[in-house]
Design a protein around this ligand. Structure first.
Ligand code: C2E
Ligand code: MG
Ligand code: MG
Length: 573
């Protein structure tokens, strides 16, 4: 300690003053000193930078550069307040928006001190430029309160605005929940950029409607929107909602990466509740609007539903299952398993049938009979078809890279062909993944053809034009099997496993299979025998002239990686 003190040489007052003056000059914060009449006595370099005037220009001028008479009333009040505070406390600090010489507004924090030296009063002020911090804060606030794609207020803002309205309003407050139908399909079909463009276009169309009494238009994310109206009578909103529905009748035109425009039809489902009829609590009103929305979606979408107590019971159970199914779609829990089809004579794999499996989070891997009806009832068949088709297209692309050219066939219900996006989707997948026409097959069950959906033949012909191969599944189990062969352009007939199970012992089954084989030859169609479980069954079928088959004897449905291994093995041998 003593040695430190021995080495210590204090600086002179003059040196100290020079050091402090230099420090002040180099300080990042701006500093200025005023006399008792608030005229500039000294400023540092940072202040010159911020304010945009040189020290020589500023010195002697009043605070704020201009004489008091040029100051606005507001500025004068602020100045008076500063002086009063400084006289009382000797200290004053506050945030200001300070305009500089170039008209920019600098967000700054100012700290004034009153200093008395030999009876003379000075005011010293430090100015910290907060512009970038204020900008960051504004950006954070924007991130927290607005959707980043559409710039619309998010759920948080919507809830706070609704709750404010419910507290204050003497009018009726209408909560509208709105979803874009089949959004997930559209998203996987269009890709991330185009789906965002579609959502932006949708939002600008809604804005262009300039809906009366609209208090807040909010984007909860993805396809999920909410509107808040305040008006004397909730019924006034009905025609506004009709105009929302009509707005969707015109297609949305996207011209993303392609040279040609793509027209997308996008419909909406709308659920409505309102105060005071459906309650006065925000959560309750929102839940009711959402229930009404789910009800619409459950009925196939493209409609408006105003909440009524009767939809409660109808929706509760099916909502649970539907929610489970929708989560499953969202989380990609539906995956294809692949069952090989093979040449009976050589055992060579010619292709695979993709069979859906649900990787259920608690119940394990589920086969179609557990959920396929629920999917159909909830009108999610197209969603299933598209998710399967996308995964299959990707798998074909992977196999092509490995040099494998086997086909994959996907199961479809004939009703799916009526979906407005069906052909576009298949066409797009074939192009996007550069799939050769003979590699993508679609199997349609006989039973689904029974309903005779409109224009089914025309639709099957369109698929053929895309180059897709078509198979008639479960042949022989329906009512009009033969007429289907005449009516529709199938390439393959799949003989149902019920005709194969006893083929080694039952001569009637053999006769039926033989007749189908002859018929197919005459009609220039190929036959695949389903459900071959034993070598003997294979032998009998081979003797009868059947060339292709599928069944547990040769291979059960397996995960994609196992199917790939089968192909690797086949190519290695
Ligand atoms: P399918 O299209 O006739 O498929 C054949 C069914 O028979 C599959 O049952 C397959 O696992 C089973 N199978 C195959 N070989 C044998 C065998 O040797 N013996 C026996 N006993 N069964 C065999 P899975 O996977 O349970 O599928 C049942 C049905 O569900 C399918 O019948 C098809 O109609 C439907 N399905 C499967 N995946 C989809 C899909 O992605 N979309 C639609 N719409 N339907 C699907
Ligand atoms: Mg099938
Ligand atoms: Mg079948």
């Amino acid at each position: 300690m003593s040695s430190i003190m021995t080495d210590f040489t204090p600086i002179s007052i003059a040196d100290k003053q020079q050091l402090l003056a230099t420090l002040c000059e180099q300080l990042e914060d701006a500093v200025f000193i005023l006399d008792a009449d608030l005229r500039y006595l000294a400023v540092n370099a940072s202040y010159e930078m911020i304010i945009g005037y040189s020290e020589t220009f500023i010195l002697g001028r009043p605070l704020g550069i201009y004489a008091a008479e040029f100051l606005s009333e507001e500025e004068r009040v602020v100045l008076k307040d500063i002086i009063q505070q400084l006289d009382i406390n000797g200290f004053y600090e506050n945030d200001f928006s300070m305009p500089n010489r170039y008209g920019q507004v600098i967000e700054c924090h100012m700290t004034y001190r009153k200093i008395c030296i030999e009876q003379r009063v000075y005011y010293a002020c430090m100015v910290r430029d907060m512009s970038s911090i204020v900008k960051d804060r504004k950006q954070v606030a924007h991130l927290l309160n607005y959707d980043q794609i559409t710039g619309l207020p998010n759920r948080k803002v919507f809830l706070s605005q609704t709750s404010d309205l419910l507290l204050d309003s003497y009018q009726e407050v209408v909560i509208v929940r709105l979803n874009i139908d089949r959004y997930r399909n559209l998203a996987s079909l269009l890709g991330p950029d185009d789906i965002n463009t579609l959502v932006e276009d949708f939002v600008s169309r809604v804005k262009d409607l300039k809906l009366d009494n609209l208090h807040c238009f909010s984007h909860f994310g993805g396809d999920d929107f909410a509107l808040l109206f305040e008006c004397t009578d909730a019924n006034l909103i009905r025609h506004q909602l009709d105009s929302l529905m009509q707005m969707c009748e015109r297609p949305f035109s996207l011209n993303g990466n392609t040279t040609t425009d793509t027209n997308i039809y996008c419909h909406i489902s709308v659920g409505v509740s309102y105060f005071p009829e459906n309650g006065d609590d925000l959560k309750e009103l929102l839940a009711k609007a959402e229930k009404a929305l789910h009800y619409v979606k459950q009925q196939g979408g493209d409609d408006i539903c105003w909440y009524e107590a009767t939809i409660n019971e109808a929706t509760d159970d099916s909502l649970r299952l539907e929610a489970e199914l929708r989560d499953a779609f969202n989380e990609g829990q539906f995956i294809p398993y692949y069952q090989p089809k093979f040449e009976l004579k050589t055992g060579i794999i010619t292709g695979f049938e993709a069979l859906v499996r649900w990787q259920h989070p608690t119940r394990g891997l589920l086969k179609p009979h557990h959920f396929i009806n629920a999917i159909i009832n909830n009108r999610l068949s197209f969603e299933l078809f598209s998710q399967m088709a996308i995964q299959i297209a990707k798998q074909l692309a992977i196999w092509r890279q490995k040099g494998f050219c086997q086909h994959i066939c996907v199961n479809a219900d004939a009703a799916e062909f009526s979906h407005p996006d069906f052909f576009d989707m298949v066409n797009r997948l074939l192009k996007e993944y550069a799939i050769s026409s003979h590699q993508f097959h679609i199997e349609v069950t006989e039973s689904s053809l029974i309903q005779r959906h409109s224009n089914i033949r025309q639709k099957l012909n369109l698929l053929k034009e895309l180059g897709v191969f078509l198979a008639l599944d479960d042949f022989g189990t329906g009512y009009a099997s033969l007429s289907y062969l005449q009516e529709y352009p199938f390439d393959f007939i799949k003989i149902d496993k019920s005709f194969i199970s006893n083929i080694t012992t039952d001569h009637i089954q053999r006769a039926i299979v033989k007749a189908i084989l002859d018929l197919a030859t005459a009609l220039d169609m190929q036959v695949i025998a389903e459900g071959i479980e034993t070598e003997e069954q294979r032998d009998v079928l081979l003797d009868m002239g059947c060339q292709q088959g599928q069944g547990y004897w040769f291979g059960k449905p397996v995960a994609a990686n196992v199917a790939t291994e089968m192909l690797v093995k086949q190519y290695a041998s």
